[in-house]
Design a protein around this ligand. Structure first.
Ligand code: PLP
Length: 466
């Protein structure tokens, strides 16, 4: 009933969005081109954004805690990014030739992520493409076929490995998963995230010399902001070395969490890494790179071993120019400041959950998921892969620094997510329907406190039924 009431209220307040969504079905199945934007009863149409605020087509303003699913790191209409784009456009675009911006961005990106082993890089239009190329490179380099991935891992629309991820990503829906994934036809081996024992057993059962790559997000972003344990990543690094497979870190999201990438912070170097999201100041981008001896295959002068990698817009001046400006803005101090703001949000919500008894005790550790009061370094949580939901509290907040996720568990999780989403909208807070909250640089401490206050109201209202 609470959900039905929330929907009725939403419908009444968003007639323009409703009509726009409905009309768009004539031209686009689903009314838009991004499945993840779906939420019940219908998604909100956004008209404009400025700083930390977005404005709906129905004339309401919200503090933007969605941050374009982490690509909106710089907030809306950042003047330095806007200037960089304008400057780049002054000299024309679409040259069908090498771009000087591209070379400068490559220099900056390799310098920044050098401690992750990013010796050389190439650009793409999206994180999905970056992972496609990285995996392709690993197959070609090793001459093998199998690609190890992890449950609830998300590496783009053609690399999605749900256990409950699909349902989870479309938390606006109730009922069974609303979609099937359409993955590339690789020989994927899906393994439980953070589970050393099961992963070891699966790897040991593989035919010799069959594993080409291990592809992992050091924090699962779409899977609910679940950090991998250092133990797990270290284990994967060692296994890859022993087997001659390549370890690929998908840092499309997590590269925002540490000045030189999360791999550098954790002291674990992948062979290849992928980047994207915030990397071009909010413009379209992906990037992949790593060890020079592997990436050398993309040099057309490298002879018969050379690999094709093309893409009309790979070096477009808008993304390249904005990326150069963005890397300057998001320096080490800003990275840490943003992580601290994320920690403030997390502490605020965690304290509420402790007060209500949803979290039984401060140092509690939940098998299978995150009550992560610790930092990355002291992260000692375990994942058994079994009994995951039964051992979880009904509501939790998981995070790594500036990437957070308020998450409901159990059989009614989708309904709760939808109710939470509408509750937050009513409090002037825009966030992903699945509770994903990647902070932008425009979010202030006051905004964070407002968010925590809205969570408190939610708990005051609904705690009994949770
Ligand atoms: N990898 C990760 C970890 C992501 O979170 C995403 C997008 O959410 C992607 C890859 C795909 O990036 P894109 O949406 O730019 O294709």
């Amino acid at each position: 009933q609470a959900v039905a009431n929330a929907h009725a209220d939403y419908v009444a307040r968003n007639p323009t969005s409703a009509k726009a969504h409905q009309d768009a079905h004539v031209h686009m199945p689903g009314g838009n081109t991004r499945t993840v934007l779906y939420s019940q009863p219908f998604p909100m149409a956004i008209k404009s954004g400025s700083g930390n605020t977005i404005n709906s087509a129905d004339g309401a303003s919200y503090v933007d805690f969605l941050g374009e699913f982490s690509a909106g790191l710089f907030g809306h209409s950042n003047p330095r990014i806007a200037e960089a784009v304008t400057e780049a456009l002054k000299s024309g675009w679409n040259f069908g030739g090498e771009s000087l911006y591209e070379k400068e961005l490559a220099r900056k990106v390799t310098e920044r992520f050098a401690a992750c082993g990013l010796e050389v890089v190439r650009f793409t239009n999206s994180g999905t493409e970056a992972n496609t190329m990285a995996v392709g490179a690993a197959l070609a380099y090793t001459g093998r076929k199998k690609v190890m991935v992890f449950t609830n891992g998300y590496h783009g629309g053609t690399f999605t490995f749900p256990v409950d991820l699909c349902r989870w990503m479309h938390a606006g829906c109730s009922g069974p998963p609303p979609c099937q994934t359409m993955n590339l036809p690789h020989e994927f081996v899906a393994t439980p995230y953070n589970n050393v024992a099961e992963t070891r057993a699966i790897i040991d059962g593989l035919p010799e010399d069959s594993l080409a790559a291990i592809l992992i997000e050091p924090v699962q972003g779409s899977g609910g902001c679940r950090p991998a344990t250092t133990e797990f990543l270290t284990f994967l690094r060692q296994k890859a070395d022993n087997l001659g497979a390549l370890l690929v870190f998908d840092e499309v999201m997590t590269s925002r969490l540490a000045p030189a990438g999360l791999g550098a912070k954790l002291g674990i170097k992948p062979d290849l890494m992928t980047l994207g999201k915030w990397l071009a100041g909010g413009m379209t981008i992906g990037a992949f790179g790593g060890r020079r001896d592997i990436m050398q295959m993309f040099d057309p002068a490298s002879g018969s071993k050379s690999l094709m990698h093309s893409g009309t817009f790979n070096n477009n001046v808008v993304s390249m120019g904005a990326g150069i400006a963005g890397l300057d803005i998001f320096d080490a101090a800003k990275v840490e400041e943003l992580n601290a703001r994320g920690d403030r949000l997390k502490k605020g919500v965690t304290d509420l959950l402790l007060d209500t008894g949803i979290y039984p005790e401060k140092e509690a550790q939940y098998l299978g998921d995150v009550l992560e009061v610790d930092s990355f370094e002291t992260n000692t949580r375990l994942y058994t892969g079994s009994g995951e939901t039964s051992s979880l509290p009904p509501l939790l907040i998981s995070s790594g620094g500036s990437m957070l996720n308020v998450r409901f568990t159990g059989t009614d999780a989708a309904l709760w997510h939808n109710l939470y989403y509408h509750h937050m909208l009513n409090r002037g807070i825009y966030l992903a329907a699945r509770g994903f909250t990647p902070l932008s640089l425009e979010i202030t401490d006051e905004n964070v406190d407002m968010y925590v206050g809205a969570v408190k109201e939610f708990l005051d209202k609904h705690l009994e039924s949770l």
